[in-house]
Design a protein around this ligand. Structure first.
Ligand code: NAD
Length: 271
């Protein structure tokens, strides 16, 4: 049976580790052709993947899929333009853009947070998603829509990785929450502008996940207990939980979903 994304071309930023890696592999498993992109080709050593030494594009090609890698800083316009250029040069078009690359500089109040930490966080998390949306949508508008299995016309789908920190305040994460709030409302704004063009723009708001980003908290007893206590579900999340939601939003099953914030958080925001 054909996969849900057979032949669709997908770009994922921050694809070497954690959520980005799990998303790229999940999309490829459903038949998508992947342009992987990250600052570094190798996975972060702090990740929870069992096959950290195998790069994401190699995981995909070794399972019979198609994937390439382009190094890019998601916060730099020329790099993001180049990701889109490489995807179109290699595969002819883009159908799915996953803006996942993100950073977190640790817990501190605004009194101690430095201007450099604020600029760094906003540049990658907020401007990076803005750039990814800008250049993906520019490409979507240049290409002819494709007809999906349900007969619908599809121009392109965007999945932005925000956070519960874009929906509610998370203690001691001022710049991170500001950056993710920007992703949430940019997603809503673009959904309105490009609904007439049948471009879906949605975001996923994950709760606490076991990835390299959070390893230092999960390794300490007190912060590990705190993350578990804050999460009503009896475990913290995994990159796979986010990947399954991204697959849904990238697929034809989400044809009439746009401007949505999909929480994947073990009920954190349901309190
Ligand atoms: N881990 C969590 O608990 C959690 C929760 C909510 C949201 N998120 C979000 O999910 C996304 C992925 O996080 P993760 O947990 O997988 O983190 P991670 O640190 O495990 O992986 C992030 C990946 O992004 C890459 N990256 C960082 N800066 C980049 C840049 N400027 N350009 C290109 N690539 C860059 C890194 O090299 C790495 O491969 C982020 O947007 C993060 O904010 C994570």
């Amino acid at each position: 049976m054909a996969g849900k994304l057979e032949g669709r071309v997908a770009v994922v930023t921050g694809s070497s580790s954690g959520n980005g890696r799990a998303i790229a592999i999940a999309l490829a498993r459903e038949g998508a052709v992947l342009m992987c992109s990250d600052l570094n080709k190798s996975a972060l050593k702090g990740g929870y993947e069992k096959d950290l030494e195998v790069d994401t594009d190699a995981v995909i090609t070794q399972s019979g899929g198609r994937a390439s890698f382009v190094a890019a800083d998601a916060s730099k316009a020329s790099d993001v333009q180049n990701i889109i250029h490489c995807a179109v040069e290699t595969y002819g078009r883009i159908d799915i853009m996953v803006n996942n690359a993100g950073v977190f500089t640790g817990l501190h109040s605004i009194i101690d947070e430095t201007e450099e930490q604020y600029d760094f966080t906003m540049n990658v998390n907020a401007k990076g998603v803005w750039l990814g949306c800008k250049y993906a949508i520019t490409q979507f508008m240049k290409q002819e829509p494709i007809t999906t299995s349900t007969g619908a016309q599809l121009r392109g789908r965007i999945v932005n990785i925000a956070s519960i920190g874009g929906l509610v305040g998370l203690a001691l994460e001022p710049a991170y929450c500001a950056s993710k709030g920007a992703v949430v409302n940019l997603t809503r704004e673009l959904a309105i502008d490009f609904a007439p063009e049948r471009i879906n723009v949605n975001a996923i708001c994950p709760g606490f996940l076991a990835t390299a980003m959070v390893r230092s908290f999960l390794e300490q007893d007190d912060t590990n207990k705190l993350l578990h206590d804050l999460t009503p579900w009896p475990r913290v999340g995994e990159a796979q939980d986010v990947a399954r939601a991204a697959l849904f939003l990238a697929s034809d099953d989400a044809e009439w979903m746009t401007g949505s914030m999909l929480t994947v958080d073990g009920a954190f925001t349901a309190r």
